[in-house]
Design a protein around this ligand. Sequence first.
Ligand SMILES: [Fe+2]
Length: 294
Amino acid sequence: MSTRTTIAPFFDPATWTVSYVVADQATRCAAVIDPVLDFDFKSGRTGTASADAIAEYVVAQGLTVQWILETHAHADHLSGARHLQQRLGGLIAIGERIREVQATFKKLYNLEREFLPDGSQFDHLFKDGETFRIGEVEATALLVPGHTPADMAYLVDGAVFVGDTLFMPDVGTARADFPGGDARTLYRSIQRLLALPPATRMFVCHDYPPAGRGPAWETTVAEQRRANIHVHEGVSEGAFVTLRQARDATLEVPALILPSIQVNVRAGQLPPAEDNGVAYLRIPLNALPAARRG
Ligand SMILES: [Fe+2]
């Protein structure tokens, strides 16, 4: 296992999200992955406690943030990327297929004409297989669609940050029923991740721990191949698709999907303020498919 990088997890118990700071020890350069902006739907208030905890760690460790990486446009939390960029700098990056997600949701929310679904809200759009550097450490962006069309995983120094593809082995995999999601595509993306060297450390973006264990976020490719309840070795594509679709049919719409996506397609920027100086979120009525209950 390489020791060139340090990996610091930040677990947000309100949304079950795990954000990370990955730092090159030699140069003290770092990437932040999937930071959270706190949001209280009842009051309409955003908060920065979660993101500020990351910023305080970065400052205390003397790190320079080069990248703020999003694995995808999250549907369960607002992104803290813009807030962290204002505090720490760095380029906000996501997969280039975010444009497809932006086009879908520009229509759903009927966003303002000036919002262009061209990815320009981000500082960098990764292509599949593109390499980049965190200090002197080479990293690779891997396209792993299925949960959404634009999901990326980031491979850094023997560790892979898999976003919402695989969860911990006893939790399984991410849902594939959002707009543009597809269970068969997710299976193929997961196979790509499981083909990495068995000792590759794997870090998930969420944990929904079963009763009896606390939150966890780190596993390995070997452990996922052996024990993932949805896609361990021997589970065929057809069997996975059947299982995933059956499970998705029982899942509630995430509580924060409507607030989250309209902020996250803007790279964590809140919508523009209206002429009274207040910014508003939009709630499309009777436009999303009804929650299906199994
Ligand atoms: Fe997600």
